[in-house]
Design a binder for this molecule. Sequence first.
Ligand code: WTA
Length: 653
Amino acid sequence: MSQDHESLENLLQEDRFFLPSPEFAAQANAQPDEYAHANMDRLAFWEEQASALTWEKKWDAVLEWQAPYAQWFIGGKLNASVNALDRHVAEGRGSRVAFHFEGEPGDTQTITYAQLLTEVKKTANALIEIGIKAGDRVAIYMPMIPEAAIAMLACARIGAPHSVVFGGFSADALLSRIQDADAKLVITSDGGFRKGTAFALKPAVDEALKGQHNVEKVLVVARTKQDVAWTDRDIWWHEIVARQSAEHIAESFDAEHPLFILYTSGTTAKPKGIFHTTGGYLTQVAYTHKVVFDLKPETDVYWCTADVGWITGHSYVVYGPLINGATQVMYEGTPDTPHKGRIFEIVAKYGVTILYTAPTLIRTWMKWGDEFPLAHNLESLRLLGTVGEPINPEAWMWYREIIGGNRCPIVDTWWQTETGAIMISPLPGITATKPGSAMRPIPGISAKVVDDNATPVADGHGGYLILDQPWPAMLRGVWGEDERYKETYWSRFNGIYFAGDGAKLDNEGAIWLLGRVDDVMNVSGHRISTTEVESALVSHEAVAEAAVVGAADAMTGQGIVAFVILRSGIAHASGDELNTQLRNHVAKEIGAIAKPRQILIVNELPKTRSGKIMRRLLRDVAEDRVVGDATTLADPNIMKKIAEGLKTAKDED
Ligand code: WTA
C-alpha cells in the first residue's frame, strides 16, 4: 500500500478555475449559505431535506448510528412511487411530461406524470396478480425503455425490492444475481435496439433459468416484436398489464424498508449485492438532484444518459428526477446510431437544458471531432455534469467549450453504488470549478483524504478517500453477506467508510479523484473486478492461470489486460483464434463490457515468495513503463521475460 500511497502524492498542477456567471449564481437553487447552514446542525439539515418528501408518518428519530450500521428517519413511513408520481398528479402536475422517450430506430413516446402513474399502478396490480408481495425480490433485465422505469416504480410501490441487472450482462451473470437475491420474478423484454439492429434479451433469461433458482414467472415486454421462445412461466407484459385496474392505493413502508439491491464488482469474483433502503436514500437523491443539477422542474429538460442497469440510472433517472418532478429525455440506443451526432440531435430536438454523462463518452466525442456537436444547436444547455470516473482536464475543457459553449457550469460528481447519491461535487451557482476536480463534499456530507493511519493529509497531499460520518443514502449492507460488508468497507480504517479510491487535496483543499486503489478496474465508467475476469478466464479449459490488470486507456479510462498461462497437455486453439475464444468466453461469463482489450500468453506470472501476484508490475508492462521494483519477486527474472513476450506480441500485431 505504501508504494501506492506515494504515487498518489504525485500530481499535476492545474491553475485554471471557472466561476459561475452572476446570472447563474443569482438564480441557483443552492446559495452560498447552504454549506454553513448544513454545518450548523448536520442532522437537522437532513431532516429539513427529508421534509421535502411526502411521508405518511413522520419519523421519531433522525439517525441511529452504530458503526457500521445506520438507520435514518426511524419510524417514518412513506412510499417511493407515491413520492415520484402520485403527489405530482395530486398537486396538479399530471400533465407535465415525465419522459420524452426516444427509441434508437427513431420511434418516440411522450409520457406525462399522469400517464406514468397510471402505468405504474396497472403494473403494480399485475405484480400482485402474479403473486409478488412486499419483501419479495424482483430481477429486472431490460433495455433502456420506459417499461424499465415503470417496472422499478411498480416494485417500489408494492414494497418488493428490485434488483436491476444491466442488459449487457450475460446469462451466467444474470443467473448468479438471481440466485444471490433469490428473486421470485424476472422482468425482461424480447430485446431492444442497439447499433441499428434488434438484439435479444429473452434468450439470456431462458438460458439463465436453466440453473438453480426460485423464479416463478417471467414478465416479458414486447419491444422489438422479434420471435421468442415461450414457456408456461412466461407472461406478456402487454397482456397482463392491459387488463389491470388503473387504481392502486399504495401502502407506505418503513423508512428502512429495502428499496433495491444493485450488484457491483468487488475485489473478489463474486459481485456484491449493495442494498439500499427507502427514506434516507430518497431524501439524498432528491436533495442532490435539486442542488447539484439546479433543477427548475417547470422549465428544465434534464437528460442523464446512464442506463437503469447502473446506480446512476437508479438515482438520477428514476428516483431523484421523478421525485423532483423533472421532465427528462430517455434514449434507448448508442451515441453513434445512426450517426455520431445522435446525442446532440436529441439535445436540440427536446431543448435539453441539463446534460449528465460519463467522461468516456466525452472523450469519445472528442475523438470523433467537433463537427458533430457543432452541427447542432446546443444553446438550450445551461448545466453539464459528469460521473463515473476521473475526468481529465482536457476532456473537461472540451466539454465546457464545445458542448457548453463556455456558458454552462460543469458539475463533476463523485459517488458510488454504495453511497447511493452524490457525495462530492461543485454546487453550480457557488463553486469556482477546476477542470478535473470534483471539488468538495456537498452540504451535509463529510469526506476526507487520509494517510495509512487515517490521519487527514494536509493540502497539497494525496491519500485515501474516506467518509467519516454516516449519510442518508448510504448502503445498508451487502445482501446476505454481513461479514463482507464489514470487511470490505469498514475494516481498512476501523469504523470509517473506505471508498476504495485514492484522492489528492490541492493547495486550496479541492479534492482530485485518482482512481481505485484496490483491484477494481474502471472501464468506461463501469466497475469490473480483476478477480472476476481472472476467474472467468480460468474457467476456460485452455487456461491454467490468469492475472488481470487495468491499464490506462485514452478512451475508456482503463482497459483490461490479461496475462494468461495455458494448460499443458490438452489440445486447444492457438494465436488469434485462442485470443478470440478467450475474449468471447469472458463475454459469456460476465458480459461484453468485461472482454479484455489485450490477452498475453505468458509462461509464468510475477509472484511474491508468498505466492501473491504482483499486479503493479504487470501494470507497468501493460502501460509500457519501466518495470518497478521487482526485488520481492520469487523469480526476479520473470518480468524481463514477460516484457520481452509483450514486445514480440506487439511486433506481430
Ligand atoms: C469512480 C458510479 C472520479 C470511483 C456513480 C468510484 C469517479 C466508482 C467519479 C464508483 C468522479 C465515480 N471522479 N471517479 N466524478 N464518479 N467514480 O459504483 O472510482 O459504478 O469508486 O458508481 O467510480 O462506481 P459506481
